[in-house]
Design a protein around this ligand. Sequence first.
Ligand SMILES: Nc1ncnc2c1ncn2[C@@H]1O[C@H](COP(=O)(O)OP(=O)(O)OP(=O)(O)O)[C@@H](O)[C@H]1O
Length: 287
Amino acid sequence: MSIKLEHVNYIYSPGTAYEKKALSDICLEIPHGEFVGIIGHTGSGKSTLTQHLNGLIRATSGTVWYNGENIYGEGYDMKKLRGQVGLVFQYPEHQLFEVDVLTDVCFGPKNQGLSPKECEQRAAQALRLVGLKEKYWKSSPFELSGGQKRRAAIAGVLAMRPGVLVLDEPTAGLDPKGRDEILDQIAYLHRQSDMTVILVSHSMEDIAKYADRIIVMNKGQILYNDTPKQVFSHYQELEKIGLAAPQVTYIMHDIREAGFDVGVTATTVEEAADEIMEAVKKRRGIG
Ligand SMILES: Nc1ncnc2c1ncn2[C@@H]1O[C@H](COP(=O)(O)OP(=O)(O)OP(=O)(O)O)[C@@H](O)[C@H]1O
């Protein structure tokens, strides 16, 4: 069970004056159940890449495999794929369009052919999972706050019970509290199920906190595809392309410069604190 991209290239408006190569020779495998972070600056190709994962856009050349099947193969069921690889768009407005939240969240399961009763059950469960209170279920999606709209959009995808949840900047425009709530909820869902989560973000801090693996995109190519520790060990190269490693990486660098024997690959404050404690103990000859 996995997603695999082989030599994927994508060109917008080929053969016109607006031609733009957005992806160059992307080779990538995401095993089932992983929490993957995709990071890169504006225009690096993150959204274009994620839209290939559920067949929303078709590679100009190259192949996408889902669970060992070529999604461009003859007779491949794209509709089924879209239920299995759920994509939450960068702007929730792009996927909320029904008269009320509950009807909206029912849309996906209805499309999958479930009965109205099953759809409502799935929708109610998904809305509870994302923490959207019942008093909002009969509201128009457009009356909701930014954070509530995100939750409704995520619920709409979860109601289809996807094997893969792809979230394109799910916290853009939210305040820090709203951002943490949504990301913690997603991390909780990931722990509770065997769902693969692919999170596109601008924030190294967020990615470092949640992802097992980080894909760094630059100019339509994959620059790094590795564990957070390995990726952040290239913090100087990341800076050169305008991406900062998490702050904790720089703090550890300064502590190391001050003569303490710490690494520079801690990805969380907790990990850094443990390393500093060990280094201080070592220097003082304790333990
Ligand atoms: N519909 C389109 N037509 C033409 N070019 C496009 C289109 N969508 C994106 N592009 C271009 O393709 C490249 C990759 O864009 P993409 O949106 O995938 O990047 P991104 O990393 O997701 O950016 P952001 O962080 O701003 O969302 C950019 O140069 C962008 O301008």
